[in-house]
Design a protein around this ligand. Sequence first.
Ligand SMILES: CC(C)(COP(=O)(O)OP(=O)(O)OC[C@H]1O[C@@H](n2cnc3c(N)ncnc32)[C@H](O)[C@@H]1OP(=O)(O)O)[C@@H](O)C(=O)NCCC(=O)NCCS
Length: 147
Amino acid sequence: MIEYRWVTHDAPCMQEATDLRFEVLMAPFGVTRDDNWGDTDPHSHHLVAVEYGHVVGYARLIADSGAAQIRQVAVAFERQREGIGSALLEESVRKAHELGLDPVFLNSRVHAEEFYRRLGFTTVTAEPFPYGRTGMLHVRMEARRQH
Ligand SMILES: CC(C)(COP(=O)(O)OP(=O)(O)OC[C@H]1O[C@@H](n2cnc3c(N)ncnc32)[C@H](O)[C@@H]1OP(=O)(O)O)[C@@H](O)C(=O)NCCC(=O)NCCS
């Protein structure tokens, strides 16, 4: 069974979350390992998916000045397409709303656009733009709370 837990940046499982983020988000694109993910940022909330004591998914919610941003969404390769990413996103959006934040936005790698669209996010940029350490093309997407 998978548990979804909000943890602090210094929780022991964050080391595994760091390994996971590198393996899933950076290594496939030849990016040199750099473990500075800005985890101590006071506005960041860390969500881990844990199975049998091991981290199989991660997402970050940055809660700052009225809007919320989701970043660094990663699911272990061997556990993708099982609903873990969707559960991480749904819990992140729920948390943002609990904190009174709306809309929720994110920068999606173009290949993941369909994943976020299915979760209620809409693309708000006209053209993809290079972003982050990989320089991959991204689109800005956001979800507004239904009242
Ligand atoms: C993108 C990612 C977070 C999705 O998490 P996941 O647990 O695999 O996704 P889910 O199982 O919840 O997928 C739900 C639906 O989203 C869509 N989807 C998920 N991954 C997709 C992909 N790579 N391409 C197209 N559609 C995708 C599918 O419709 C899927 O439903 P289906 O499996 O029934 O067809 C995960 O695959 C991942 O970590 N990818 C590598 C890192 C990455 O790209 N992160 C996003 C950075 S912006």
